[in-house]
Design a protein around this ligand. Structure first.
Ligand code: FUL
Length: 455
């Protein structure tokens, strides 16, 4: 090759690599997009703790204490469906090791309880109810097992996988499997075979997303208070991370330069504890409090995983049902009418991520309303099918003489919700001030709303 041709091809290769690096931002799989579109998922914590008034059982509880005489999984799932929850994640086994299904591999389960004379299966009842009400199902099978004798030895991994396999093969489609890295203080020696567990999930339930501190599909948000970061990237780098060994601040905000798409799931309980306690019956979060959690999780590019624990009769308390029902009513009222509909490009108000408008950095875009309106909420969505890019921006309104700031924002991602004092105007404008890509900012949705009086 002649030297000048060599130079030309070298320059061309460098430019191609550069261009590639600029656009090579992590992107979600369809499963991850579908997961995030559910927005609100319910957690159900239920085990022997429900009968012993504790949060962590020690594994020596007798199965004889498990007797939820009025258990009605249809009541749980119907209440959740009515309140707009799209998936249920059940604690099939918590740290105490008691199995809510009759596992072949242990005696520590419903089969040795008085409930239904040992013939019952809570996992079956919940999955049946989920199919009936068209709600997706997932489970949490705690790796930490304080009952099982083999725990702490490599044999335990086989025991755990056997149980995992039972749940993955006998209950139809599984939408999410939830893992934590909890271990006792003196049990540091237990090396969980997470790679092996996850491989099994992928093989047996290819449509399930896997949750843990470190993904691989969705990550912990880093706290149990219901707070995603003000800045919240769906990308992180997982080098050196393991469930139970992760930097919670890093998980909370994600990482703009993270190599993998692993969005944040915000788990929080409707009560102070994860399990039902009679003494917490008057400490159920109000609907308004739950709405605030929605803004702090879904409204910051995360998903809200809200725990509602059944009581020792096997029923959701009416107070909890009312709170989630009123929560959804408030959200439905607030987001019923997008004031921008009909006055901006239909692509921005059609509720589809894949139909988007292209924005440029530092080029303000005006939106005129049909008339003067009073509003106090804004919703933004990026077309996350192509990744997450926007880092910052602000909204202004026209007061008749000049532009006034409404609110600034940082990351958007799947969804960003802004709350601010009421503004009355007929014209607003949006300026995106920083983003990972220069000029191809794919904004899928913009919404302008007036909050319900429930807030
Ligand atoms: C933690 C557990 O230790 C808590 O009991 C609860 O289940 C929470 C959701 O996950 O790891």
């Amino acid at each position: 090759m002649r030297f000048d041709r060599f130079l030309i091809s070298l320059v061309a290769s460098v430019l191609t690599i550069q261009a590639y690096c600029q656009v090579a931002i992590p992107k979600p799989t369809h499963l991850q997009v579908n997961w995030q579109k559910r927005e609100t998922t319910a957690f159900i914590h239920f085990t022997v703790n429900t009968f012993t008034d504790s949060e962590w059982g020690n594994g020596s509880e007798s199965p004889q204490i498990f007797n939820p005489e009025k258990l009605d999984a249809r009541q749980w799932v119907k209440a959740l469906k009515d309140a707009g929850f799209r998936m249920v994640i059940l604690t099939a086994k918590h740290h105490d090791g008691f199995c809510l299904w009759p596992s072949k591999y242990t005696e520590h389960s419903v089969k040795n309880s008085p409930w239904k004379n040992g013939q019952g299966d809570v996992v079956r009842e919940v999955t049946d109810a989920c199919r009936e009400f068209k709600v997706d199902f997932g489970f949490y099978l705690s790796p930490w097992d304080r009952h099982e004798r083999t725990y702490g030895t490599p044999v335990y991994n086989e025991f755990y996988k056997n149980q995992l396999k039972e749940l993955l093969t006998n209950y139809g489609e599984i939408a999410e499997v939830w893992f934590d890295g909890a271990k006792g203080k003196n049990e540091k020696d237990m090396q969980y075979d997470f790679d092996g567990y996850w491989k099994m999930v992928k093989e047996l339930q290819p449509k399930a997303v896997i949750f843990s501190d470190a993904g691989p599909d969705v990550r912990w948000v880093g706290n149990e208070k219901g707070n995603a970061g003000e800045i919240c990237w769906s990308s992180i780098s997982t080098d050196g991370m393991m469930p139970g060994v992760a930097d919670s601040k890093y998980l909370n905000t994600g990482d703009e330069n993270g190599k993998k798409w692993i969005p944040a799931e915000t788990d929080v309980s409707i009560r102070p504890g994860w399990f039902w306690h009679a003494k917490e019956n008057d400490k159920v979060r109000s609907a308004k409090n739950l709405v605030n959690l929605y803004y702090q999780s879904v409204g910051r590019n995360s998903l809200l995983l809200l725990n509602i624990p059944p009581n020792n009769q096997g029923l959701f308390e009416e107070s909890d049902i009312k709170a989630i029902s009123d929560f959804r009513t408030i959200l439905n009222e607030t987001f019923a009418a997008n004031y921008l509909k009909g006055s901006v490009s239909a692509k921005l108000t059609d509720n589809k991520l894949t139909s988007y408008a292209i924005f440029k950095k530092n080029v303000p875009v005006e939106f005129s309303l049909k008339k003067q309106m009073t509003f106090d909420r804004i919703m933004l969505q990026e077309n996350i099918h192509n990744g997450q890019s926007i880092k910052s921006g602000f909204f202004e309104y026209w007061d008749g003489k000049e532009w006034q700031l409404i609110s600034s924002f940082s990351t958007i991602g799947y969804k960003r919700l802004l709350r601010f004092p009421q503004v009355t105007a007929s014209k607003i404008r949006l300026t995106i001030t920083d983003a990972k890509v220069e000029n191809q900012l794919e904004l899928a949705e913009v919404g302008l709303y007036k909050a319900s009086s429930g807030e």
